[in-house]
Design a protein around this ligand. Structure first.
Ligand SMILES: NC(=O)C1=CN([C@@H]2O[C@H](COP(=O)(O)OP(=O)(O)OC[C@H]3O[C@@H](n4cnc5c(N)ncnc54)[C@H](OP(=O)(O)O)[C@@H]3O)[C@@H](O)[C@H]2O)C=CC1
Ligand SMILES: CCCCCCCCCCCCCCCC(=O)[C@@H](N)CO
Length: 356
């Protein structure tokens, strides 16, 4: 509230300054063209200034989320991106790192690996074996027993690709549970304590497949678009409590989950997906970590990721005023660029299916 009023006062100040300037120019009988130029400069300055204030008002109050000393929970922390992030959190001296997954053997092995990286005596590493696709009440109960959480990273999830007509509809339900509802339940369990503490950061894993429709991802994309809708609303609801929300959109990344996906990926799905490259899990985790520290909302990977974020920014919170303006101008151009990329995909699909 205080911040909004301040903005209002600043707007009034600008209007008053503008009236004085206009009055001075009339008094000095400044030529019309020159006056109009001045006016344009003022409007331009104003727009930049206002967008700067608004973008910053839309962010959590604390600009950085420092990892040292934080209590972290990572779902899907026993493999792939989640485990790599757990390593980075241990390295950054988080005071507590809890990894959650189903397979207890793998969890224990990964906890042992993490414990070897510990640098201070008071760092606690532990795990929780829990099926996040199960009943919400059960998840809430088990999660609440973990105690306070400062950073929640929702990494648990997987992809079952396939042409729609070949996918069992159960797969859709399973992915909504594992990729989407899992994050709803974990977040619901920890948010009250974050609100009380007025501190926290919550991270969700969407995918480039949650930004545009790729052949073969009907089930997967449904769940990853859902995460985005959820995260975007949550961002606005939690900002007043200085709780940040981040949403990462990784491309294909070398993980055990990706290997499994490859076993059943339609050729077309693979051919289109690989145009965004195949990333090393270390690089992906590092970018997510940096995004968390900077409290970014949309986290993209590399230049393609930056472009994909610009293309799909919509009305999502901007990470900075510069990013806001770059996205605003790049967005429409990228829409045209995508037309040609998609023409290629359309031709690939037609050639493969030979229906035309
Ligand atoms: N790798 C990629 O190409 C990309 C991945 N992503 C997303 O990133 C996230 C991580 O992917 P990635 O690292 O590849 O995945 P991995 O398969 O390597 O790891 C997945 C983790 O989630 C856990 N998990 C899966 N289902 C459940 C469940 N029902 N309850 C609890 N834990 C579960 C797994 O453990 P366990 O099986 O023991 O439960 C494992 O720890 C996923 O959400 C994925 O969709 C996004 C874009 C690209
Ligand atoms: C304007 C810029 C253009 C950029 C090119 C875009 C090309 C589209 C590629 C789509 C890649 C989809 C990856 C899904 C990864 C994933 O989530 C699964 N691997 C999970 O296992």
């Amino acid at each position: 509230m205080a911040q909004t009023q301040l903005t209002f006062a600043r707007v009034i100040m600008h209007i008053v300054a503008f009236i004085f300037l206009a009055g001075y120019m009339l008094y000095q009988k400044v030529p019309l063209v020159q006056g109009m130029f001045m006016f344009a400069v003022c409007v331009f300055y104003w727009l930049i200034y206002l967008s700067y204030v608004i973008v910053n008002n839309m962010k959590p109050k604390t600009p950085k989320f420092k990892l040292a000393g934080k209590r972290v929970v990572i779902t899907g922390g026993s493999s792939g991106i989640g485990f790599e992030l757990a390593k980075l959190c241990v390295e950054a001296e988080c005071s507590k790192v809890v990894i959650i997954a189903r397979n207890e053997g793998r969890l224990k092995a990964k906890v042992a690996e993490l414990k070897e990286m510990v640098s201070t005596d008071d760092q606690v590493i532990s795990c929780l074996s829990l099926d996040l696709s199960s009943d919400g009440a059960e998840i809430a109960n088990r999660m609440k027993r973990l105690g306070g959480v400062d950073l929640l990273v929702n990494c648990a999830g997987y992809s079952v690709p396939g042409e729609f007509e070949n996918l069992d509809t159960n797969v859709f339900e399973d992915m909504i549970k594992a990729n989407y509802l899992s994050a709803v339940h974990t977040t619901h369990a920890i948010v009250p304590s974050m609100i009380e503490k007025k501190q926290g950061q919550i991270v969700f894993l969407s995918s480039v497949g949650g930004q545009l429709g790729i052949y073969g991802f009907t089930g997967y994309s449904g769940s990853k678009y859902a995460i985005r809708g959820f995260a975007e609303v949550l961002y606005h609801e939690l900002r007043p409590y200085d709780i940040g929300v981040s949403l990462a959109f990784p491309p294909d990344t070398k993980t055990p989950g990706f290997d499994k996906e490859m076993e059943q990926k339609p050729k077309l799905c693979q051919a289109i997906s690989e145009q965004a490259g195949l990333w090393e899990v270390e690089d992906v985790a590092k970018i997510i970590k940096d995004g968390i520290v900077k409290r970014k909302f949309m986290i993209g990977f590399g230049s393609d990721g930056y472009f994909m974020n610009a293309l799909s920014a919509g009305a999502s919170p901007a990470n900075s005023v510069l990013e806001f303006w770059v996205h605003s101008f790049l967005g429409p151009i990228l829409r045209v660029y995508m037309l040609f990329l998609q023409n290629m995909w359309t031709n690939m699909i037609d050639n493969e299916l030979k229906t035309n």
